[in-house]
Design a protein around this ligand. Structure first.
Ligand SMILES: Cc1ncc(C[n+]2csc(CCOP(=O)(O)OP(=O)(O)O)c2C)c(N)n1
Ligand SMILES: [Mg+2]
Length: 333
């Protein structure tokens, strides 16, 4: 089985990019079922519909670049190279998870492939992404940081602070907003007067692009421009990727507030389906090859689910690991 680092290196190949998109879709759909079985505790936030953004973003980075993202980050984690076992193990609270099953669905991380923690606090990953970029700049390293967040997060103070500091210090960071139309149960136009998120960059003197986040080539193009700018000393960029989350916010949400027909219109432009058709028409995959690949991914995810079902939970004593206090071993402050 490949390691996360080996998986990360595969992503320059368009067929591997498609395979990763398929893997994300399959795993997210299984997770919904596993949640219904009571095997995922708390809740979980899935990203079906946002696969082109996850994979296009990961494919545009070097292995030593860094990414911070939100609780809706299973897709980005897989795209960056985390194995299905390490993502699912974490989500199901098993020792095979990327941080030993102690973080759960909203706290995935793997420093080996540059995945800084995924963040449950809306907007929290934005200043962390800027901070990583400040570290790279200070050390003179040619590394880029990417901060991924939702449309709702652009109304949080951390968005303003993170973008402003990144702009004034010319940090090597790319801010990526996945504008998936909703923040929890609220449509964007009920919470945000300016719904074209990319225009906010003007307030920070920062270049920006608004792209179709359902289209892999649009994501690859915008990311390449922004990453080149950051790595070349040109400072930060804001990318607004217009996407849609097919499922409700979390597992308690049936998304009944959505207007009739809206989901169907986005499903017509499904990124996984569209990329599959593009690869076939470009001659990079045959129709039979694509079906075989889809079947192989489904079988791999089946096997991962079975392995994870029988993987152990961490022992109770693990709750005292990785916990720091102000006291030393002798008990003094
Ligand atoms: C600081 C903070 N405020 C409120 C919440 C509750 N909350 C969780 S998700 C969410 C909506 C965020 O929407 P968006 O940024 O668009 O991301 P999406 O869920 O669509 O990916 C809110 C308000 C939180 N987790 N953190
Ligand atoms: Mg949103």
């Amino acid at each position: 089985m490949l390691t996360s680092v080996e998986r990360r290196q595969l992503l320059s190949d368009p067929v591997e990019q498609y395979r990763r998109m398929r893997e994300i879709r399959e795993l997210e759909e299984r997770i919904v079922g596993l949640f219904s079985e009571g095997l995922v505790h708390g809740t979980t936030h899935t990203c079906q519909g946002q696969e082109a953004l996850a994979v296009g973003l990961a494919a545009s980075l070097n292995p030593d670049d860094a990414v911070s993202c939100t609780y809706r980050g299973h897709g980005i984690a897989l795209a960056l190279g985390l194995t299905p076992d390490s993502v699912l193990g974490e989500i199901m609270g098993r020792t095979t998870g990327c941080i030993g099953g102690m973080g759960g669905s909203m706290h995935l991380s793997d420093p080996d492939v540059g995945l800084m923690p995924t963040f449950a606090i809306v907007g929290a990953g934005i200043p962390i992404g800027a901070g990583a970029a400040l570290a790279f700049q200070t050390r003179g390293e040619s590394r880029v940081s990417v901060g991924v967040f939702g449309d709702g997060a652009t109304n949080i103070g951390a968005f303003h602070e993170g973008l402003n500091l990144a702009a004034i210090w010319n940090l090597p960071v790319v801010f990526v907003c996945d504008n998936n139309v909703y923040a929890e149960y609220s449509r964007i136009d009920r919470t945000t007067r300016v719904t074209d998120i990319s225009t906010r960059a003007a307030g920070y003197g920062m270049p920006a692009e608004s792209i179709d986040g359902m289209e892999m080539d649009a994501v690859l193009g915008a990311m390449a421009r922004a990453v080149d700018r950051a790595r070349g000393g040109g400072g930060p960029t804001l990318i607004e990727a217009r996407t849609y989350r097919y499922a409700g916010h979390s597992r308690a949400d049936l998304a009944e507030y959505r207007p009739a027909g809206e989901l169907d219109a986005w499903l017509d432009r499904d990124p996984v389906k569209v990329r599959r058709e593009q690869l076939i028409s470009m001659g990079l995959l045959s129709a039979e090859g694509a079906s075989a690949l889809d079947g192989a991914v489904a079988a791999e995810i089946d096997a991962s689910v079975e392995r994870t079902r029988s993987a152990p939970h961490p022992p109770v004593a693990a709750m005292f690991e990785n916990v720091w206090t102000g006291r030393n071993a002798q008990g003094s402050e």
